[in-house]
Every structure is written in C-alpha cells, then in structure tokens.
Design a protein around this ligand. Structure first.
Ligand code: NAP
Length: 290
C-alpha cells in the first residue's frame, strides 16, 4: 500500500469501517477514522470543513443506513444516509482542490435478485445488469451510487454482498451466538448469494485505490451458497441442529432477493489479491474470532 497517502474513513464505527482502520493502523498508514458521532455524512458544512482541514488523498465511505427491514418504515432516514449523504460527499470531493479518490460501498441488493436470472448469468449479476431493487434499502443504495457517479469523476463504487467480519453485527456472529443459546436453528435455504468478508474486502479496496482504478466493481469471495449452507459451514462441528426453511416460512418486513450473486470477473482481472472461495475466507474469519 502507498504509505504516503492520507486516508479518511467515514462510518468508522461500523464493521467495515473498523476493519479499514485496523488495516491502515497495521500498515502504518496516515489515516483518520470518524464515527457517526464525530462526522455525520449528511451534514454538508461538516464534510467541507473536514476535507479542507484534512486534505486526504482517499476518502472511504463506510457510513450507511444498513437496517434493511427498518428502512421500510424509516424511509427518509435511509434516503438521507444512503443517497443524499454520498451525493454531498461526492460533490465535496469533486470540488476540493486535492480531488481525493472517493471509495464508496454499495450492495448486491441493487439487483432484482430473481432466481431465473441465474440461468442467464451463472457467474452472478454483471456490473452493468439493470438495477431493480426489491426493497427500500436497495433502492436508496442504488440512488446513492447514481449520485456518486454523477458528482465525482474520481470514484470507486464497490458492491459487496452478505458482508461479514470480526467486528460488528453480521450473520457469522449471529449464528455463533444463537448456537450458544439454542440447540435447534432454522435457516432460510432458498436464498442464494456469496458472502464477502471485511478483511479481504478492505485489502482489495486498498489495492484498487493504489492501482488508480476507478469506476464500479463487484467485490466478494468466490462461489455461491445459500444462507442455510453458509450457516452449516459456520457451525460445523457444533452440537446444534440446523433445519432448512423457505423464505415463505420466514417472512420479513423488507423483501429479500432470491439470488444475488455478484459476478467478480472484472475484479479478478485487475486485483493483485487472490480472491478465495468463500469457504476459505470463512475459515480465516472463524480462526480470527476464536
Ligand atoms: N452488512 C451487509 O451485509 C452489507 C451487504 C452489502 C453491502 N453492504 C454495504 O457495505 C457498507 C458497509 O456496511 P457495514 O456492514 O460495515 O455497515 P454497519 O456495520 O451498519 O456500519 C455502518 C456505519 O455507518 C454509521 N452511520 C449511519 N449513519 C451515518 C451518518 N449519517 N453519518 C456517518 N455515519 C453514519 C453507523 O453508525 P451507527 O451504528 O451509530 O448508526 C455505522 O457505524 C455499506 O455501504 C453497506 O450498505 C453491507
């Protein structure tokens, strides 16, 4: 990594933000991480002042409204954080004399997630597949992408899926916790995708930022699984029964895509980091957690 560059990490209290700060700390890089309390990305004055004072080379936006079900009821809040905030940030980066690279994260939920799309795109949704989010969170993330693309030329938009890591809340932590509390779990078996893990996502993002790549990329591990098979892999060797259930048996406030694998071919072509099968990335995470 280019140790001379200065990084600003926004949303540094979230799982990806914490991973970014830990990675930059380990690299001995110059960085400043800001939690929501320290910087609200929906506040234009605060963004302008920050960029003016810090003069970063790279701004990494890990801030997001990620409560997928709650977003259906708090629609304006989700719009502010996932769409307007990134738009303001993009304009501030573009208008700043240093023109820092803006690294912004998005999601597999921008796509329609139809199981039938799998036969058309067996390796996952291509980057330029039409967006058609099935829930409000996905809609606000898609609009956020559009605002970033329109306002700031020097950007990387990185779509990740099923994000898990050692920090914060995610499916791996939830399964481990529930397995400690119950002897029987039910997990949805008819939704498919591929996990991405915060450590490789951070390493790959940092490589892309160093290499001068711009534009939109998909970033996940290799392969495909269901939540049920993912849960079985997380809890293998543990004395807990896991039963497969259908989406209909687990109704949620917000609709979920049935299949939302991301095609990572474009990333594999440019990435200096080898992209591992999700099972290997999961093993690395489980070893880290234990
Ligand atoms: N988690 C997933 O499965 C997943 C999947 C696909 C894509 N993504 C995307 O990946 C990125 C990182 O997600 P994550 O899992 O790290 O999310 P996360 O753990 O929920 O972290 C998001 C952080 O953003 C902060 N935040 C919320 N509103 C803010 C504001 N107005 N200003 C500044 N910070 C604010 C939150 O603070 P509070 O906690 O105080 O609200 C939280 O610390 C996001 O763009 C997300 O949409 C995530």
């Amino acid at each position: 990594m280019n140790a001379k560059k200065k990084y600003l990490i926004l949303g540094s209290g979230g799982q990806l933000g914490m991973e970014w700060c830990a990675w930059l700390e380990k690299q001995g890089a110059k960085y400043r991480g800001l939690t929501r309390k320290e910087l609200d990305i929906t506040c234009l004055d605060a963004l302008e002042t920050l960029l003016d004072l810090q003069k970063p080379d790279v701004v990494v936006n890990c801030a997001a409204y990620t409560k997928v079900d709650q977003a259906e009821d708090e629609q304006q809040m989700a719009v502010q954080v996932n769409q307007r905030g990134p738009g303001l940030l993009a304009r501030c980066c573009e208008n700043s004399p240093e023109k820092p690279l803006l690294v912004h994260y998005s999601t597999d939920y921008v796509f329609p997630g139809r199981l039938a799309d799998r036969s058309r795109w067996p390796d996952g949704y291509p980057i330029d597949a039409p967006a058609e989010p099935v829930n409000w969170y996905g809609q606000t993330k898609w609009k956020g992408e559009e605002e970033v693309r329109a306002a700031c030329a020097n950007h990387l938009i990185l779509r990740v899926s099923w994000l898990c890591g050692s920090h914060g809340n995610n499916f791996v932590h939830t399964m481990l916790r529930l397995a400690g509390e119950r002897d029987h779990l039910k997990v949805v078996a008819d939704q498919y995708g591929c996990p991405s893990f915060t450590e490789p996502v951070t390493r790959i993002s940092s490589d892309l930022a160093d290499s001068g790549e711009t534009g939109t990329f998909h970033v996940s591990s290799n392969g495909e699984t269901s939540w049920y098979d993912f849960a079985k892999a997380i809890l293998r060797g543990r004395k807990v029964r896991i039963d497969p259930i259908t989406t209909a048996e687990w109704p949620t406030r917000a609709a979920r895509p049935a299949w939302s694998r991301l095609d990572i071919t474009a990333l594999a072509d440019v990435s200096r980091t080898r992209i591992l099968p999700w099972q290997e990335d999961l093993d690395l995470l489980l070893r880290q957690i234990s």
